[in-house]
Design a binder for this molecule. Sequence first.
Ligand SMILES: C[S@@+](CC[C@H](N)C(=O)[O-])C[C@H]1O[C@@H](n2cnc3c(N)ncnc32)[C@H](O)[C@@H]1O
Length: 281
Amino acid sequence: MSGFSPEWLDLREPADHRARDSVLAQQMAAHFAARAHVSVVDLGCGSGSNLRGTAQFLPDHQSWLLVDYDAQLLTWARERLVDWADDSRSEGDLLRLRKDHKHIDVSFAEADLTRELTQVLTPAPDLVTAAALFDLVSEPWLELFTAVLSAAGLPLYTVLSYDGRQEWQPVHPQDGPVLRAFNSHQQWDKGFGPATGPRASAVLAGLLAARGYAVHTATSPWLLGPDDSGLQRELATGIAAAALETKDVAQEEAADWLAARREPGHATIGHSDIFATPQPY
Ligand SMILES: C[S@@+](CC[C@H](N)C(=O)[O-])C[C@H]1O[C@@H](n2cnc3c(N)ncnc32)[C@H](O)[C@@H]1O
């Protein structure tokens, strides 16, 4: 198990889909518009939310490889995709979906990206994508990743990397200390070495630009209101637990902050998206 529960991924999916930057999505759509078919690899796919959010922007015929190291999430992804599609059919391990006018073939790979990155990108797809993944990874891993991407000349579309910014309403005296502790926890090792956390997008964009990519970035904040109270409560619970683990905030202060944040309110949680294409020399 990865520590990302299906319940948490389900809870965040509507906010994730609302938050994606639409201009960047349209730029990505325009890049592939002339093609009849695209192949896509989704790294750290979880329950398949990224496919459900991205397929509408890609040509009518698509093949996806969904990659995760959590076998239970891959099983859940298959079930969620069957529920989401208008029509579905299994051919061995391959799942064939129809959604609106899109024909989407989906394969699944249980693979650990710390060890099997090259394998999952072979043969090379037309597009590499990932949602809410890169803030978990280290700078050396991003260096390796961008080297692999660039060697194969692959475009990248990634959404929802956490950028360290949070604003909660109404304000609370512990907002600053809890956010600082949480952002420091975000840089702890999540399996790839010390995580880039809030710096993920800036580091990734810089590495891609250094390899000659045209890099487009946009912000994609979660804008949460009283209708998202379930997500806000779970998010606040996770933030308070992580902040406490750093020992930079006291138990009482974290508990006080969490009690306030479990009440319906408003929150803006910063993320960013990147669309990057290799430039011809
Ligand atoms: C925050 S979740 C995002 C899931 C999904 N992309 C989404 O947007 O809902 C991060 C995902 O990365 C996966 N993951 C983390 N470390 C991984 C690794 N070393 N290899 C493969 N997958 C990994 C987790 O299992 C999880 O599904």
